[in-house]
Design a protein around this ligand. Sequence first.
Ligand code: FES
Length: 504
Amino acid sequence: MHAPTLRLELVPLGRSLDVPTGTPLQDVLFPLGIEFPCGGRGRCRGCRIRVLEGHLPVTPEDERALTPAERAAGWRLACRASAQGDLRLELAQWETPVLADETPFEFPPQPGLGAAIDVGTTTLVVQLVDLMTGSVRGVATALNPQARHGADLMSRVEFALQPAGAPTLRDLVRSEIGRLLSSLIAESSTGETVRRVVLTGNTVMHHLFAGLSVEPLSQHPFETPHDGLQEFATADLDWPVPGDPPVFFLPCLGGFVGSDILAGIAATRLHETDQLTGLVDLGTNGEIVVGNRNGLLCASTAAGPAFEGARIAHGMRAASGAIAGVTATGGTLEFRVLGNGRPRGLCGSGLVDAVAVGLDLGTIQPSGRLGQGREWMLADPVSLTQADIRQLQLAKAAVTAGLRILLERSNASPTDLACLHLAGAFGNYISRSSARRIGLIPLPPERVRPAGNTSLLGAKLALFAPRSALDYSDLRQRIRHVSLHLDPRFHEIYVQEMTFPGQA
Ligand code: FES
């Protein structure tokens, strides 16, 4: 007779497994590459998992190693747990590295605290800021809990259009941000009043948080009439924040280009420059801005998940064991592996490097074709497949075609760009020379500037702005949104950009 089985769903790995009831989770997770740094003795916290659905009882080791807030949020030590019923679990080792922001900025000092919040499709970042000194008192991060209902924007929109979908997504993100904010205030404040909370994010995040219909974003022309500044009271959000500060979600720029990019423009001061300057946020949804003090154009383009290491045969997030860099010396491959351990997979920056090296070695043709076979072994067991290269070609073509269209409409070419800011985590870690080698960034590395989390920096600047300036009407009037899918040249340029540059 067989033991009864139960189902384990592992997020964000995207794996479902049927295992016998009572199976120690260590036995299931270790073969999947999850590490148990202290050997499963319950001392290091490195094996943390979070129960999203189902029940895992708290063990004495959980009580010792995890805070009450962590346990209440569902965190457990995988090494001490065994499954007794169906479970949906989030694995801490697969968390995306979250980019906070520590860039110095000018501000008018004022008493109290403020909270700047970057509402990303994948991650949430909350910073508590001392408004007198401008210093960051504390940072809290988490995966966006909406991700369990779809990794990219369109699947999130599709879920929102199902019955009860939109309220579910609204409540998930509001309660997770409320939890992060209140634990941050409890840890980092000394009783000061919180004066203002500012959120930034793309248009879908803006609408879902605010409870606005995303229906206009589900079909042509993908424009929404409700893209303005949204204001809430903490009581409406059920956030217990001392001082009951007003909460603002900054306005969007058009289509899928949201306040993350508005904040990015404010943070990089693109609208004040004399020379032609660009800002690119490389993610599942690539967002692009080109312009200067005379005016700016912006657009978004569906790049797909390759830059995040997803839908790649050995793809993984930039966590321990990820190949994050590849070089070739005298034809011999060398790897930079996060955590310096055994390679387990390839993250976005490693993928770009591997393809750049493959082009230099002639292992990969400019057409994207692998010279020999359909797989290139990098470091056992991690290989690069023909389909992986195709995913990167799609992502690269979407971004470069978008950039070229905006430049054409500005009567300029890539060589006219004095500087290109790369926003976001991927833009921070990617090798600029490899990005140029694959044709993703058509500029010499010295003109490309990793800009960090500009969405969060822009949200911090808004903590100090007069209330009347928070709709950014002056700046928004100078930015024009371009719908790439309506441009007859987009498809033609996209197809051209599928190929990689020939020998450098
Ligand atoms: S492996 Fe160290 S606490 Fe679980």
